[in-house]
Write a protein that binds this ligand. Sequence first.
Ligand code: IPE
Ligand code: IPE
Ligand code: MG
Length: 252
Amino acid sequence: MALFSSATQRVPEIAHVPKHIAVIMDGNGRWARKRFLPRIAGHKKGVETVRELVKQCVLLKVDYLTLFAFSSENWRRPTEEVTFLMSLFMEALKREVVKLHQNNIKLLMIGDRSRFDANLIAQIEASEQLTANNTGLVLTIAANYGGRWDILQAMNKMQQDVPQLTGFYREDHLTPYLSMAYAPEPDLFIRTGGEKRISNFLLWQLAYTELYFTDTLWPDFNEAAFSAAIQSYQQRERRFGRTSEQIKASSA
Ligand code: IPE
Ligand code: IPE
Ligand code: MG
């Protein structure tokens, strides 16, 4: 497994186009409500936005796109909505996976899948297997994912694997067990829908990520809105603890 360096341990290479973009796709319910439609209509429309964003990322040559589809706290929603989201996830996987495969996209799912029904688990596994050797965009769907769950499952796996380590842990003991160990830490985080919070998304991995919040609701997040996020990213000075003067001196 390829391991990437951690932004808190070493200054990573900074690229003009973010290598890894992580997105909280929020605002589907409000999009629907504004149109006097049921919330689920917003989720359905949101799938189209996903399709468009994947295309944009391929064009831009982004290496990793990670989408928060369902949080570990989203089970608290009304049962009908949860059931609808699960079936939408299933349908979208079934319908899109061949297209993703044809476009050399590698699909992965992070999160605790044990709570999903057997058919959905099988569909996820089949989709991951089909696209496993693809070398293009790595598309990760976070479903029943929580940042705290991720850190704890990594701790537990680490302790099982290397029980002799008890007592003193370093970052690099733990990070290989995090569920996104196959990817560099996100360069850019985007949250649509106006809320300014992380909602238990990639807590560990977002340590030095550039954060971008927009009021645009997820179903309205089109190419122009995405491009505004990229432009904002490109204007940031990523210091990783250093001073602005140091950055200017090193790039001169
Ligand atoms: C995000 O949209 C999709 C999921 C959480 C599954 P929301 O459903 O949270 O939409 P709002 O925030 O209610 O508008
Ligand atoms: C975060 O959205 C999770 C996803 C987009 C899947 P929520 O809409 O559930 O977030 P909170 O609960 O308002 O923070
Ligand atoms: Mg929301």
